[in-house]
Ligand binder design. Structure first.
Ligand code: NAP
Length: 300
């Protein structure tokens, strides 16, 4: 930490704040974890004490004391707080999905654009070094016909620390599909349409069309059981397949990369980033349309 460090406040005091955002903020060059806010003041005080940060009971007071804000709260809690932070001129390290409604995502993206603050959304696959190298290779080669992908998680098991109310409510469609859409968007081009249906065990199936012609499929579930858990994805063409590297086993290196890129943009006055709030909004619109179709197909 130097006198020139950017001061960040953390919103949220749950498992993900403890195991990812707080340690990443505290260990990224040029960033200081200066403040913590949570709805439970005792949890905020305990997390802040671990990092010699200042706990805040009032979010406005925290916003006044920082340059940027990182989020580890449910998406529809994040969206209005992040919009208020942007209006207060604070830069944003956001979580995916940025909201679970088109209106929430649009309002946040508009607030960020109007305030001209920098933003990055932590689509974790896009910040893993091995996946970035793979993306650079497959986009340089081009010519892909499409992709197949599946991600079966186990977050809805009783024993999982990720078994949180918003995830139980929104499922893998909102939790896991944004990660894969963000990846396939970069690999195959912008998504121009989605067709979606659901199956048992929190399964959502998405068919995506990408600008210029490629198509891809995404199947996600957070409740298929531990024995079936796993992530698989590959691009294909008549020349063969290219398999996406495995998922990150430690969120800290990719999160530090995201934070370092956000800090770099803040210092140089840039607001645009390939994974900024506008991209988060666009990914969210695809998921929201998939959600509408799944609800419309549901019997009775
Ligand atoms: N990028 C990734 O790879 C990745 C991985 C995991 C999670 N995430 C994202 O991180 C976010 C949080 O994840 P999570 O669900 O697993 O949560 P979590 O870590 O359990 O944390 C939830 C936090 O939000 C707080 N909270 C819940 N409802 C609230 C409300 N109405 N007002 C204020 N605070 C509230 C909780 O407070 P209490 O403790 O008082 O309940 C807790 O501090 C989600 O957006 C998720 O998508 C991203």
């Amino acid at each position: 930490m130097t006198s020139a460090s950017l001061r960040f406040g953390l919103v949220g005091t749950g498992y993900w704040a403890h195991m990812a955002h707080a340690p990443a903020l505290a260990s990224t060059d040029g960033i200081e974890l200066a403040a913590v806010w949570g709805r439970d003041p005792r949890a905020a005080a305990a997390l802040a004490a671990e990092y010699r940060a200042t706990p805040h009971e009032d979010i406005e007071t925290m916003l006044a004391a920082v340059d940027g804000v990182a989020f580890a709260v449910p998406p529809d809690v994040q969206a209005p707080i992040a919009a208020a932070a942007a209006r207060a001129g604070k830069h944003l390290m956001l979580e995916k999905p940025i909201a679970t409604t088109d209106a929430g995502a649009d309002e946040l993206a508009a607030a960020v654009a109007e305030a001209q603050v920098a933003s990055v959304v932590f689509f974790i696959l896009r910040f893993r070094a091995e996946i970035r190298a793979w993306l650079a290779d497959v986009t340089a080669r081009g010519g892909w016909t499409g992709a197949l992908s599946s991600w079966f998680g186990s977050s809805l098991l009783d024993s999982s620390p990720f078994n949180t109310p918003w995830r139980r409510d929104k499922g893998a469609l909102w939790d896991l599909a944004p990660h894969i859409i963000a990846l396939l968007w970069a690999a195959l081009g912008p998504v121009t349409s989605v067709t979606a249906d659901a199956g048992p065990a929190d399964v959502s199936h998405l068919i995506l069309h990408h600008l210029g012609g490629p198509s891809s499929t995404v199947t996600v579930s957070q409740n298929g059981g531990e024995a079936a858990a796993g992530f698989e994805a590959y691009l294909w063409s008549d020349a063969g397949r290219s398999v996406v590297p495995r998922l990150p086993d430690d969120p800290l290196p990719p999160l530090r990369t995201a934070l370092a890129e956000l800090a770099g943009n803040i210092r140089s006055g840039r607001t645009g980033h390939p994974g900024d709030v506008g991209f988060g909004r666009d990914v969210g619109h695809v998921v929201a349309e998939a959600q509408r179709q799944i609800l419309a197909r549901r019997p009775g």
